[in-house]
Write a protein that binds this ligand. Structure first.
Ligand code: SDX
Length: 428
């Protein structure tokens, strides 16, 4: 017998169906609440509110579980290529060899940016944050392909947009970096794989070609997989809401980039490194900064700690922490901020303030350590997150479109002034 939830209001009992997910998650379907009762719910930050059913990613915050289409993140991070995971998230199954070969080749053939766009980059100041360039570039990309704006048809145009975004985002990202360095842009090469191509566009110079270190390429592949999706996070929810108005996929993803930029979300990886460097420059007194993070009167937060869903360890942080040790050892890099990060983690995990609130290192706490070892500047860290998260945004958008989801438009409880008449300015 299906479960029901009962709500008593003013002596009347209302019943609402309970939905059970494939992992036994429960939800009360309140889609008839307002028409039945005249009431709405209120849940700032949607901490208790589901916006959709989804078959893409499963998280269990209490047990630290993360699976993409049922595959554990630990296995994908160890065994898969990033584009394989992108295919899995977007199309729902791991590709066969033939499907994957065709998918990779198609993407390779779309990595070039329309030459008219190259001049856009020259217009930005050197100090322009690459996330601002990326958000603007993705929306600008839509102006070159007006025939592919309709999210519903033709399917070939929608697929072509998906290929173009996956192919061109690394090129846009690398060109944003070259703009900041005031170096000439480097064009994609068809003989390099996804990660190698990005690294080459980032670090190759007219004076000497960049030799891709396989350790670096493998570390990047793993980091991109770990960032590929995370169910209804702030930026994915943003992509869904923007896409629900039937705005095109380019601009929906651009909105996701803007949401990701915030330091409470994807911008945290840059904020973590800046925090660790500030602690090092302040003499490395970890206890002093832990106390600042606990002080309600101090705005300082321990960046890279805490999560809306994970109230236990973030499985991605566990994988990245180990990878940071491996990569720094393989590259012979000794980064003093890694030691500070580990000390911070040890002190925080033994402190009741953090334990009682379920505040553990999240995906952003160690990722910056690896990016630094790969010589990626901190302003590019959130761009790296965006490159990883793109397949997830596309998958979430595609599911929303295929589900024919209604436009996202929340209700509110009005608490402002009640009715009053206009007063002429000379009588105010
Ligand atoms: C990402 O949603 C996703 O899946 C996101 C993400 C993804 O893959 O898409 O996982 C990526 O965004 C990871 C999070 C990166 N952000 C940071 O590292 C920034 C620092 N963390 C926080 O600001 C915070 O933990 C959030 C934003 C991540 C979560 O905030 P919530 O769920 O709204 O929790 P909250 O702010 O209400 O905090 C609950 C309590 C509060 O204290 P009390 O009011 O109970 O006394 O915990 C405290 C907060 O003050 N707290 C922290 C803290 N995080 C929460 N105190 C000190 N340092 C922190 N980092």
């Amino acid at each position: 017998m299906s479960e029901i939830a009962k709500l008593e209001l003013n002596g009347k009992v209302y019943e609402f169906p309970v939905i059970t997910g494939s992992e036994n998650e429960k939800a009360i379907d309140i889609s008839t609440l307002r028409s039945a009762t005249g009431y709405i719910t209120l849940d700032p930050g949607f901490k208790n509110t589901g916006s959709t059913k989804s078959g893409i990613t499963f998280l269990n915050g209490e047990e630290g579980i993360l699976r993409y289409r049922g595959y554990p993140i630990e296995q994908l991070a160890e065994k898969a290529e990033f584009l394989e995971v992108a295919y899995l998230l977007i199309y729902g199954s791991l590709p066969t060899l033939a499907q994957y070969t065709k998918f990779k080749k198609t993407i390779t053939l779309h990595t070039l940016i329309h030459e008219d766009m190259r001049e856009f980059f020259e217009a930005y100041p050197a100090k322009a944050h690459p996330m601002g360039i990326l958000a603007a570039s993705l929306s600008s990309l839509s102006t070159f392909y007006p025939e592919s704006h309709d999210p519903y048809r033709p399917q070939e145009a929608v697929d072509l947009t998906i290929y173009r975004l996956l192919a061109k985002l690394p090129t846009l990202a690398a060109w944003a970096y070259k703009n900041a360095m005031r170096h000439p842009v480097v064009y994609p090469k068809n003989n390099l794989d996804y990660c190698e191509n990005f690294l080459n566009m980032m670090f190759s110079m007219p004076t000497e070609d960049y030799k891709v270190n396989p350790v670096v390429a493998q570390a990047l592949n793993k980091l991109l997989i770990l960032h590929a999706d995370h169910e209804q996070n702030c930026s994915a929810a943003t992509v869904r809401v923007v896409g629900s108005s039937q705005a095109n996929l380019y601009t929906s993803v651009a909105a996701g980039v803007s949401a990701l930029w915030g330091p409470l979300h994807g911008g945290a990886n840059q904020a973590v490194i800046e925090m660790l460097e500030a602690i090092r420059n302040d003499g490395g007194d970890v206890d002093k900064w832990i106390n600042k993070a606990k002080d309600k009167d101090d705005t300082f937060r321990l960046m890279g700690f805490g999560h809306r869903v994970y109230k236990n360890f973030d499985p991605r942080a566990t994988i990245i922490k180990k990878a940071s040790d491996d990569v720094l050892k393989a590259l012979g890099v000794n980064d003093p901020v890694l030691d500070i990060a580990k000390k911070l983690e040890t002190v925080a995990l033994n402190d009741d303030y953090f334990k009682s609130r379920g505040l553990y290192p999240n995906v952003d706490f160690y990722s910056g350590i690896i990016y630094r070892a790969l010589n990626i500047p901190s302003e590019m860290f959130t761009v790296m997150f965006a490159i990883g998260r793109l397949p997830g945004w596309i998958a979430q958008w595609k599911e929303m479109i295929e589900d024919k989801a209604p436009i996202g438009r929340p209700r509110q409880v009005y608490t402002g002034a009640t009715k009053r008449d206009f007063v002429d300015i000379d009588k105010r």
